[in-house]
Design a protein around this ligand. Structure first.
Ligand code: GLC
Length: 471
């Protein structure tokens, strides 16, 4: 028997119907992407698996969820003052920031963005960290602060094993980075050594964190109910405030903490095979085309680095099966890995939302394709199916987290290019989360702009305060 909540979920996750002049063609296309469409029953099954993986991870049992202790036991308390630096590595942009705080709130911010070329992203550790240190010096000197002792929070948005607030051992690279000799090394140590080699500033690295943690902390300055930090950008991940007594991995001395931020690292969800029941051939091909294969299974279903590629792989298959662009000699460029970036999916989704086709046409024309009406509908349909699956998967995890946190009102602070630019994710997520969590839970999604940058400076202020208290 279908219970009402499941029925509502079933209804909510339907995508717009594909309407084509040729019904046989429509049916073939729908069949081809059918496995991308998750049912309400499958959604619940994923939710059960996620909850079970979270429990195993927090109890230090084998799990695809790392549930890493960040050693951040409290948020800002309004006493933080002075100048704090942040270094933000791992997302679309690499930046150095300076934040001036008064009464725990930012009153001034300076930011400089730097470019990291692919030879540094995919090379060895020393040149990469030397470059990071060079950018820190350049920034600090340009601010005239080379002789001032400055606490720095290092946002290093990759899976780490944290031994303390300022020790983060890299587990694996993800997204667009791969410098194999940095794996198993402490990112803070690599940065400190690079800063020491230069010796031209007085920067003190006090904390290493992940972008989701920065987002949670930044969000908490906007809304004090913030208990989850979510990043939906190049990669995807979330962290949340966990009860300290539930956390088993705790290497430093405890000081009666009641909560601590846990970095879930949900990008790796399913790396142990627990999610294989939703894997499609498109996902297998997307993985095979990625920088580090057989890792970060879940991230490859949902994040900005991959969503465009999933769509491209589907479109390429439909084209080869002569179900798409039939009347046009398709340019090879759409058949080439990496050529359809996620921002284009967002533009096409905007058309679907508006009932228009101008973005879709323009994008396809750039690929050398003159689409007919049916081609446009199919491309829009595929973008919607892939985007909708991402929204549902993220919502499943967030709903499970809300139930785990079990507070009367929880705010989810969100940052990341995909969330910001995709026109439909937020709307879908609001709807799906409320249908997937325990009925009646109150939650809010807020945009914590630049959480990964500002949040790191805020975390260094918290670290500075904690350090002084324990001295
Ligand atoms: C990847 C990283 C994770 C980060 C996320 C979002 O999944 O492993 O640490 O939070 O990307 O940038």
């Amino acid at each position: 028997m279908v219970v009402p909540a499941e029925h509502a979920l079933h209804e909510a996750i339907q995508v717009s119907p594909l309407i084509l002049s040729d019904d046989v063609r429509r049916q073939k296309i729908e069949n081809c992407v059918a496995k991308m469409r998750l049912s309400a029953v499958t959604a619940r099954k994923i939710q059960d698996v996620f909850i079970s993986e979270m429990n195993k991870g927090i109890h230090q049992q084998p799990s695809s969820l790392q549930m890493e202790n960040t050693y951040i036991p409290e948020l800002l308390n309004g006493t933080e003052e002075g100048l704090y630096l942040a270094l933000d590595l791992g997302g679309t942009n690499f930046r150095v920031l300076l934040l001036e705080l008064a009464h725990g709130a930012p009153i001034r911010q300076e930011v400089k963005q730097y470019y990291i070329g692919s030879e540094l992203r995919v090379g060895s550790a020393i040149p990469l960290f030397d470059y990071l240190a060079e950018c820190v010096s350049d920034f600090v000197i340009s601010q005239g602060l080379q002789n001032v002792e400055l606490p720095l929070g290092f946002t290093f948005s990759f899976p780490m094993i944290q031994h303390s607030l300022d020790v983060g051992v890299l587990v694996t690279w993800t997204k667009t980075f791969n410098c194999p000799d940095a794996v198993n090394k402490d990112a803070v140590r690599l940065l400190r050594e690079a800063l020491d080699r230069r010796g031209d500033t007085k920067v003190k690295v006090l904390a290493v964190l992940n972008d989701t943690t920065g987002t949670l902390v930044q969000g908490s300055t906007l809304d004090h109910n913030t208990a989850i930090g979510l990043v939906l950008g190049t990669g995807s991940n979330a962290c949340y405030l966990e009860r300290a007594d539930r956390v088993e991995h705790w290497e430093t001395e405890r000081h009666g903490e009641s909560e601590v931020i846990i970095d879930i690292e949900w990008g790796a969800f399913g790396d142990n095979g627990v999610l294989d029941f939703i894997k499609t051939d498109f996902d297998r091909e997307n993985d095979a085309n990625s920088l580090i294969v057989n890792s970060f299974t879940f991230e490859k279903y949902i994040a900005g680095k991959y969503l465009g590629e999933v769509v491209r792989v589907i479109l390429a298959k439909l084209t080869k099966q002569r179900l798409l662009f039939v009347g046009d000699s398709t340019s090879d460029s759409l058949l080439t890995t990496g050529n359809l970036t996620t921002d284009l999916v967002s533009h096409i989704e905007q058309d679907s939302l508006d009932g228009g086709d101008s973005n879709t046409k323009e994008i396809l024309e750039k690929f050398g394709i003159i689409p007919d009406e049916d081609d446009i509908r199919i491309v829009q349909y595929v973008c919607e199916v892939a985007s909708n699956r991402a929204a549902l998967l993220v919502s499943i995890c967030l709903a499970s987290l809300l139930d785990r946190i079990d507070k009367e009102q929880v705010t989810i602070a969100v940052d990341g290019s995909l969330y910001k630019h995709h026109p439909r994710l937020e709307g879908w997520m609001k709807q799906y989360i409320s249908l997937l969590c325990t009925p009646g839970r109150k939650f809010k999604l807020i945009h914590a702009e630049d959480g990964s940058g500002k949040g790191a400076a805020l975390v260094s202020a918290i670290a500075h305060r904690l350090k002084k208290r324990l001295q």
